[in-house]
Write a protein that binds this ligand. Structure first.
Ligand code: FE
Ligand code: CA
Length: 485
């Protein structure tokens, strides 16, 4: 066991802030504040009262200035015990394209001030931060400090917001201090633990988040209602329901997202964010439960195989057909491009879009409509940075380049398996850039002429003061998909 692992044992303490254990003197706003999903006239505000029992109320205030001299909205919201005393305020009726400040009150205590915004009616620029994969035990969340400094309009968190368990050797910096979550109380405690991280809290307070989940919010590599470790279907369904509920309780999401997480957000006529859910409705991975390197097998061509489910696919097709924005962003979870592996020409990894080639091709087909001017696919999950050209025929990498793919590395996890990725650039000419040695996030600047992609890499996940810097910057020009340079 190394020094880092030994040092980590002092973090093996139970989370003191859940209702079961906390004294009533605990700061009710110990989990911080958050905002998300801005529209032209509003957003969602979030907090969760720490250490309280029974139904509670909070007051909230919204102002255009952080001194709250002129309060434009004031109200009371319920923090129900049945939702872990979480508060979700859906605000509407504000001015478009403005920053707003907010804070909560409870029992004489005032929360920290959060900053959020409304989406613009018209805008010529949008700055996004794309992030995924934050493992509590495998790294500090220090790179969020750089993200706050870069001041993106929105943070896109595309999954593995929490991890359900330890992986590999370690822990590297701190411990979960609890076994793998199964029940609602377990998942609540895991989310609550995450929200005690000061860098994550500061990011939520400073920046509105747009979130969608991947697998680790429930269980590694699950697909629809099929678990990988939880084999019994009824036990998995109960586990998934508990995990989903805890997720909704802790994220700045609208009530409508509980029934359906996939949704659209608009940034004037500059960009539309088509936020996808590629876990809940997918069919099981072909040729074996969970993600594996597979060869060719019949299940790969099963006619019903889908990454999105038929209903979400229709919703996406319809949304692209009526697209009015200059940039169409597909905000989703996993690697979209065909990834040839060193195991042979037929080899593919089954948990990513390679496991669902027909579903992937239907998405590409849906992007080939006159209303879609620029297709940019954003993802995470593979713990490495990627810039990929997406060809018309993605399976064969044939035909013209029709879309660009940007994948953010893990924010705080060990990198992807070298056995799968180290030869990727040699075997996949459509992979324009790959770094599987660093963690961080991606900053995306979109305007009328181009999208500029900046991979922000952190020097170390075990040094709490590590610096984050630019690893590579590339531009995608308007109406010229791909990274050909
Ligand atoms: Fe991950
Ligand atoms: Ca994942």
């Amino acid at each position: 066991m190394g020094a880092a692992a030994l040092a980590a044992w002092r973090f093996l303490i139970p989370n003191p802030l859940t209702a079961e254990t906390a004294p009533p003197t605990v700061d009710p706003f110990a989990f911080g504040v958050a905002s998300g999903d801005p529209t032209m006239d509003g957003f969602v505000l979030w907090t969760r009262l720490a250490g309280r029992r029974g139904d509670q109320h909070v007051g909230y205030e919204i102002a255009p200035d952080d001194s709250f001299r002129r309060i434009v909205r004031r109200g009371r919201a319920i923090a129900p015990a049945a939702r872990a005393n979480a508060v979700h305020v859906e605000v509407s009726g504000l001015w478009p394209g403005r920053p707003y400040f907010y804070r909560f009150h409870h029992a004489g205590t005032v929360s920290r001030t959060g900053r959020t915004l409304t989406a613009p009616a018209r805008s010529d620029r949008l700055r996004l931060a794309l992030t995924s994969c934050q493992h509590w035990e495998q790294g500090w969340f220090t790179t969020y400090r750089d993200m706050v400094d870069q001041a993106p309009d929105l943070v896109l968190q595309v999954g593995d917001y929490i991890y359900e368990k330890s992986f590999g050797a370690g822990p590297d910096v701190r411990c979960f201090g609890a076994p793998e979550p199964v029940t609602l109380a377990d998942y609540r405690a895991r989310h609550a633990l995450y929200r005690t991280d000061p860098d994550l809290q500061a990011a939520h307070a400073a920046l509105p988040f747009v979130v969608t989940w991947d697998d680790h919010e429930v269980e590694n590599d699950y697909a629809g209602l099929q678990g990988v470790e939880t084999i019994d279907p009824r036990a998995f369904a109960a586990r998934r329901a508990a995990a989903y509920q805890a997720y909704f309780e802790h994220m700045p999401l609208r009530r409508a997202s509980i029934a359906r997480l996939y949704r659209r957000l608009r940034w004037g006529d500059l960009a539309t964010l088509h936020v996808l859910d590629c876990r809940r409705y997918r069919t099981p991975q072909p040729c074996g439960r969970g993600g594996h390197v597979i060869g060719h097998c019949a299940a790969l061509e099963a006619p019903g195989a889908t990454m999105t489910g038929a209903e979400q696919e229709r919703w996406l097709v319809d949304g692209l057909r009526s697209e009015r924005a200059q940039w169409s962003l597909l905000v989703q979870q996993t690697l979209f491009a065909r990834l040839h592996l060193p195991q042979g020409p037929e080899a593919r990894y089954s948990d990513i879009w390679d496991g669902y080639p027909a579903s992937r091709q239907r998405v590409i087909d849906a992007l080939q409509v006159p209303s879609v001017r620029n297709a940019l696919i954003l993802g995470g999950d593979v713990h490495s940075f990627w810039f990929n050209d997406i060809h018309r025929d993605a399976e064969r990498n044939a035909g013209p380049v029709v879309a660009s793919e940007v994948v953010a590395s893990c924010l705080a996890s060990r990198n992807g398996p070298p056995a799968l990725f180290d030869s990727a650039m040699r075997l996949n000419p459509h992979v324009r850039f790959l770094d599987n040695t660093r963690a961080g996030y991606v900053l995306i600047d979109i305007d009328r002429t181009a999208a500029t992609i900046d991979c922000r890499a952190i020097d170390s996940l075990t040094d709490r003061e590590a610096a984050t810097h630019s690893l590579i910057r590339r531009t995608i020009a308007d109406r010229l998909p791909g990274f050909l340079s």
